[in-house]
Design a protein around this ligand. Structure first.
Ligand SMILES: *Cc1c(COP(=O)(O)O)cnc(C)c1O
Length: 423
């Protein structure tokens, strides 16, 4: 820990009381400590569980991974064996594509408003990623653009529930059924998301979740693959650990009569090193038990941002429909058509406010342009959103002071730049 990132103790927001922000009281400026973007809330339960793992001597894949898989499956309304813990969402996406039998010659349709891992996983099975533009309001895949991108080679649709707002799954599932395509959901933002009462991650054959440090549930690094078919899940478990027929934990267990019993493993299919560890699952178990309370807290932060930023020349994030649950993973705002976003990013950083950009259209990245011939102009909605967006801090641990600091710095920027006013 460097001094730059150390945080003095601050009173935590109380969930039972709405945040009362006094916007007229000027906060001390500039803020002395850096507000880390996406800083997770780690409680004493996580610390104790990690210590227990260290003391147990079993750091790898074992009982805590099994318990975390069960809790996650239960949270999603699935059977125990349908959830497979892995070490990243990227690994889960790769396994999902591989288990779908997708490879060279196949096309997979996805969104340009995503992290590059979504696209790279498609490349790693040798398939061709195809981008379809997004809806400018929801920022999710536009079903009409997906329909237009379908060819005889299309094998799957890979939607991302952007920021935690569900995609139009009715339209995407209908398209997939009509054309015989798999649906693989990238649920990295969508742990708590529901659509028409159904949890995100249960619409297709596979879904991939991320427990990266900034995600709504974190294990430091980690992921979960949900499989509709338990046979897929069984093969995913094998492939996630080198392709071994049974994992090390099972191997070292005793024979039914209680006597020590050595069992040789068999390599049944060349696999990967994608297993989740008990050390990571120790965090996940307690993170997951607070998932709904943390969502409630982020919803409160979200509402306060909306209130406090009213009148500021920024487009605020869209709301999901009433029959949907928004996971409130990212609070993304957009500058107006004529405004320049990057000076605002610099200004916030200079004032010690950590921010993010989710995302520049993936077609902006040079490798995709050189190797796949992509241009951001092919998906103009994603291009424009990506060039105008920034994400403000949104975690369950934000204090009233943090919120006030963020908003006052944003306001200060626009007070000094009246030329940037929205039309
Ligand atoms: C974070 C993220 C990923 C990658 O997750 P990892 O767990 O870091 O592999 C993939 N897709 C999206 C949309 C993400 O936000």
């Amino acid at each position: 820990m460097t001094a730059h990132f150390s945080h003095p103790a601050r009173p935590a927001l109380k969930l039972t009381e709405p945040i009362q922000v006094n916007t007229t009281e000027a906060p001390p400026s500039p803020r002395e400590d850096f507000l880390v973007f996406g800083k997770p809330v780690i409680g004493p339960e996580e610390m104790a569980e990690v210590q227990a793992v260290l003391e147990s001597g079993w750091l790898g894949t074992g009982p805590r991974v099994a318990a975390f898989e069960q809790s996650f499956a239960a949270y999603k309304g699935l059977d125990d064996e349908q959830a497979v813990g892995v070490n990243s969402c990227t690994a889960a996406l790769h396994l999902a594509l591989k288990l779908s039998g997708i490879g060279p010659g196949d096309e997979v349709i996805t969104t340009p408003l995503t992290f590059c891992a979504t696209v790279n996983a498609i490349l790693h099975v040798g398939a061709t990623p195809v981008l379809a533009d997004v809806d400018p309001v929801t920022q999710n895949l536009d079903p009409a653009a997906v329909a237009a991108a379908i060819t005889p080679r299309t094998a799957a649709i890979l939607p991302v529930h952007f920021a935690g707002r569900p995609c139009d799954m009715t339209a995407l599932v209908t398209l997939a059924d009509r054309h015989g395509l798999e649906i693989i959901e990238d649920c990295a933002h969508a742990i708590e998301t529901t659509y028409h009462g159904k949890p995100a991650g249960t619409f297709g054959r596979f879904a991939a979740f991320s427990f990266y440090a900034t995600k709504n549930v974190t294990t430091g690094e980690g992921g979960m693959l949900l499989c509709r078919d338990p046979q897929d899940a069984s093969r995913a478990r094998t492939l996630s650990l080198h392709g071994l027929s049974r994992d090390a934990y099972t191997r070292f267990r005793q024979a039914p009569d209680g006597s020590p019993h050595f069992r040789h493993y068999q390599m049944v299919e060349p696999g990967f090193k994608y297993n989740l560890t008990d050390l990571a699952a120790a965090l996940g178990l307690h993170q997951l038990s607070r998932v709904e309370t943390n969502l409630e807290r982020r919803s409160l932060v979200w509402k306060n941002y909306n209130d406090m930023l009213a009148g500021v020349p920024l487009n605020l994030p869209s709301e999901s429909d009433s029959d949907e649950t928004h996971a409130r993973h990212l609070y993304t705002v957009h500058v107006g058509d004529d405004a320049d976003r990057d000076p605002l990013l610099d200004f916030l950083l200079q004032q010690n406010i950590g921010i993010g950009v989710h995302y520049l259209s993936v077609a902006e990245h040079p490798w995709y342009q050189t190797s796949l011939g992509w241009s951001p102009d092919a998906q103009p909605q994603a291009r424009d959103l990506g060039r105008r967006t920034l994400s403000l801090p949104l975690t369950a641990g934000l204090t009233e002071r943090d919120l006030r600091d963020v908003v006052s710095v944003v306001k200060e920027f626009f007070d000094e730049r009246p030329d940037l006013l929205l039309e």
